[in-house]
Design a protein around this ligand. Structure first.
Ligand code: NAD
Ligand code: MG
Length: 297
């Protein structure tokens, strides 16, 4: 079996997919994605790096968050999964995979645009897991709009609520529960550095997330709490088919990377595992770029 510890050619490690044009209503389901994305069900092997940790992962039902939640469980962590109620089907699948490892999966559906949920979610996770050692702020929305002046106020607000303000609120609610050795990892994007002109609201939230990550990292480091970020490039997830990209761009998705292909969610998980494990003890306020070779500052 090939897993993340197998040496092979990264160009051909995963297929150069040419997804058919497709559309799902936001938020989109992994279960309906064509071709299916690899979240690590048979391709991620745990090595005991997060033994006994208790983690909260937002957007954990699908894509990068699902791969991260599953990898965390395979590394020995119990995981609370946050996601939208419409994503129950995807979340259930990830929970089943986690439970198959003998780890706990706590399902906490809700809308991160709802301020109340941002704090209730954390309290529930703490209650069910008996505490928290790790937070992964991964949930996000991305809606492509070709022209700047067609992006409504409502969209600007909703994208900032989900991508940035919910991250702030969930982090604030989590902090009192964290002790030295705990970690926070935020999902940012290549879009923070190299924005697409059809994703202005989204890309600018990601630039803000980078800045927030560094400020928070500096402030929390003396307490022994480390904050870092992961910046994915093009990764095949439901985000892309629920208006994240123009439909006609899907068949070429990721082909412009130096590796010539899109990434699979399982290829992101090791970065989140590393930043959450004690191996990264001297890594603070950093960003790991997992993007197939696209250049970043
Ligand atoms: P995804 O659709 O699988 O995951 C995003 C998740 O965000 C959803 O599953 C959903 O649970 C959650 N979410 C969205 N709106 C929400 C709301 N209102 N309330 C609660 N949860 C909500 O897609 P993904 O690509 O795995 O995205 C994960 C993260 O990675 C996002 O922050 C995204 O911006 C970032 N990212 C993705 C790519 C990519 O190419 N896929 C590239 C760069 C960054
Ligand atoms: Mg989802």
């Amino acid at each position: 079996m090939t897993d993340q510890l197998t040496f092979n050619n990264p160009v051909t490690r995963f297929p150069r997919i040419e997804p058919p044009e497709q559309h799902q209503p936001e938020p989109g389901l992994d279960a309906e994605l064509v071709p299916e994305a690899d979240i690590g069900a048979t391709s991620y092997r745990g090595t005991g790096r997060l033994e006994g940790r208790r983690a909260l992962v937002t957007g954990a039902d699908s894509g990068i968050g699902a791969a991260t939640a599953l990898a965390f469980a395979r590394e020995g962590a119990d995981v609370a999964l946050a996601y939208l109620p419409d994503e129950e089907r995807d979340a259930r699948r990830v929970a089943d995979l986690i439970e198959a490892e003998g780890r706990r999966a706590v399902l906490l559906p809700g809308d991160l645009a709802d301020e109340r949920y941002c704090t209730d979610l954390v309290e529930q996770a703490v209650k069910e897991l008996g505490g928290l050692d790790a937070l992964v702020n991964n949930a996000g929305r991305q809606i492509s709009v070709p022209r700047f002046d067609d992006i409504t106020d409502e969209q600007w607000k909703q994208t900032y609520e989900v991508n940035l303000h919910a991250m702030v609120r969930v982090t604030r609610a989590t902090l009192p529960h964290l002790s030295a050795g705990a970690t926070i990892v935020n999902s940012t994007s290549i879009q923070a550095y190299d924005p697409s002109d059809h994703l202005m609201d989204y890309a600018s939230t990601k630039a803000a997330i980078n800045n927030f990550t560094k400020g928070l990292a500096t402030q929390l480091a003396p307490q022994g709490i480390r904050v870092n970020a992961v910046a994915p490039g093009p990764v095949w997830t439901p985000l892309q088919v629920s208006d994240g990209q123009p439909k006609e761009a899907l068949p070429e998705f990721g082909h412009n990377t130096p590796l010539g292909r899109a990434g699979q969610p399982v290829e992101l998980a090791p970065a989140y595992v590393f930043l959450t494990s004690p191996e990264s003890s001297f890594v603070v306020g950093s960003t790991i770029h997992v993007n197939g070779g696209q250049m970043t500052p």
